[in-house]
Design a binder for this molecule. Sequence first.
Ligand SMILES: Nc1ncnc2c1ncn2[C@@H]1O[C@H](COP(=O)(O)OP(=O)(O)OP(=O)(O)O)[C@@H](O)[C@H]1O
Length: 260
Amino acid sequence: MKTQKQHISKSHDVKASLPILKIENLKKTFGQNEVLKGFNLELYEGENLVIMGKSGSGKSVMIKCLIGLMEADSGYIEIMGHDLMALNRAELDELRTEVGFLFQGSALYDSMTVRENLEFPLRRHKHKFGIVDETTPLVEEALENVGLLDAINLMPAELSGGMKRRIALARTLILKPKIILYDEPTSGLDPITSKEIIELMRNIQKQYKTSSLIITHDVDCARVVAERMILLVDGINYAEGTFNDLAASKDKKIKAFFKQ
Ligand SMILES: Nc1ncnc2c1ncn2[C@@H]1O[C@H](COP(=O)(O)OP(=O)(O)OP(=O)(O)O)[C@@H](O)[C@H]1O
């Protein structure tokens, strides 16, 4: 039995294709703390789906289950048609090249130049990209796409917070992922830099046709990037719909998300 009434809006029709990522009835409990009580999610091709939840609501736990860093108690996770829990390590590694992450702590390697930071993931996935040397056009292409080609020979210490976030995004994009998971992409950035990152996320989706799952507290970010949103409350998807649908809701728990 569901503990909360579900508020589902069907006004936005992105569901014509098959989901590229699916979570069904995900449950995770720590001792007495029931964090996820049957969370569901479907991310469709080319879509930007935003998940909002209060601090401690289980967003990070959900992401960790999704990328295989934490084992759920029960539930089903499917990425690009693969049952995540049935994959062996090699298969999981292979699938990971299709899924890019931009996490709060997506730190760059301080002792490497920007170029070397970007070459690093290519070297890790040699089987997909071949031998990587200074002639690879992929590094310059990825930097160009985040507007930072000029920074190619700089060290991370020479970059601002916003530039570091852009370079981290370039490092994610270089693997040409089909799905990008963003965890608080604008946290710790000033409003202007946040806006630039949000704009970049939109452009990337258009250009690379990625599907993005974006976890954020930032209402402005959600307003601009979300084609659909899920509100995670009390361990379940309490409400789902477009930004405008949800922002117009009279439900107290939903309204709380949109107070700045
Ligand atoms: N490894 C763990 N062991 C025990 N409890 C955990 C563990 N990881 C997370 N939790 C608990 O799960 C709950 C959800 O945590 P989670 O980090 O997913 O929240 P969140 O929604 O990402 O919050 P925030 O927005 O503050 O990052 C919290 O009560 C947390 O204490």
